[in-house]
Ligand binder design. Structure first.
Ligand code: ZN
Length: 308
């Protein structure tokens, strides 16, 4: 049998220089985001504030759920645990491992322009799709994904928006092969925060032995924030002429054009997105650096009470 190279692709938004294709959707304020953990060295911790903004727990959340909206941010480890247990019990969730900074509830959106396309990216790796895309993926038997509902909270065109869904990637690519090899440097004994020395992805990053053979997949942390797919997905999107998505090959350095960060309620993240990324330097930056992106972005992980 002859060797056939395996092509796999990042699923991402096109780079654009103008506002002509500006976001039709915008994040509405999150209803509930678990606080970060402030892990003081005085209690044997890593001395960091940690919040992973790339996680979301897809569960229905009552509009009047205020347990997290008014919580201080960040919290010491024990207070954080107590808060999570309180939230978990109030929502009848099973006891599970969850990361600080995880958003709870479905993605909330404002529809700012007339929806005439099939895919939109309110944020990198938050992929909003139309019913047409859902149908195409289901009819083609594409694996490694599920759809989740989104909550439309307002916006000028909310009333005329068609049904929209979030595409959530569940397929596993295993640990990405990188150059040099990504190494786990430490795990904090108090908060559990992992520190990695990250290598760069390349065309050979997908290890066929670890990959679960899903058409959509993600690599393990710290590369978990970006979606990837097979040739089958790329061809399907191209055949259907679904616009506003690009498929650079793994390892290709894609120029991201990133939307502004989630506007958390001031009570949850008062100092902006650096804290949201778990790096409490106190410095506020309006946009992330392009080189610095994959891995820590808002997207999705986790359990869902609403699997299809
Ligand atoms: Zn720690």
């Amino acid at each position: 049998m002859s060797y056939r190279p395996m092509h796999a692709y990042m699923v991402t938004k096109p780079f654009q220089n103008s506002d002509l294709l500006g976001p039709r959707l915008d994040f509405a304020e999150e209803n509930a985001v678990l606080p970060g953990i402030r892990c003081d060295a005085s209690i044997g911790g890593c001395g960091k504030v940690w919040a992973d903004g790339s996680r979301r727990l897809y569960v229905p959340l009552p509009e009047n759920h205020f347990l997290l909206r008014e919580s201080p941010w960040p919290l010491p480890p024990q207070d954080w645990q107590d808060k999570w247990q309180q939230v978990r019990q109030s929502l009848n969730l099973p006891d599970m491992q969850i990361e600080p900074g995880t958003a709870i509830g479905y993605t909330r959106l404002e529809v700012r322009q007339k929806w005439e396309i099939d895919i939109e990216w309110p944020y990198l790796s938050t992929v909003i799709i139309s019913q047409k895309v859902v149908d195409a993926l289901q009819n083609a038997g594409i694996t490694g994904w599920r759809k989740e509902p989104v909550v439309i909270t307002g916006g000028r065109y909310a009333a005329v928006a068609p049904p929209l869904f979030e595409l959530v990637v569940e397929g596993r690519g295993g640990k990405a092969r990188t150059e040099p090899e990504t190494r786990l440097l430490s795990v904090c004994p108090v908060c559990g925060r992992k520190k990695f020395d990250r290598g760069k992805l390349n065309a050979n990053s997908l290890d066929l032995d670890q990959w679960d053979k899903s058409d959509f997949f993600r690599f393990d942390a710290p590369e978990h924030g970006i979606y990837y797919c097979t040739e089958k997905v790329k061809s399907l999107f191209e055949a259907n002429n679904f616009k506003y998505v690009v498929f650079p090959e793994i390892g290709y350095v894609h120029k991201f054009n990133v939307s502004p960060p989630i506007r958390y309620a001031s009570s949850t993240s008062p100092t902006g997105w650096l804290e949201w990324r778990g790096e409490a330097s106190g410095q506020r930056l309006p946009y992330p650096d392009a080189e610095d992106l994959p891995g820590d972005l808002p997207s999705s992980d986790s359990v869902s009470s609403n699997d299809q």
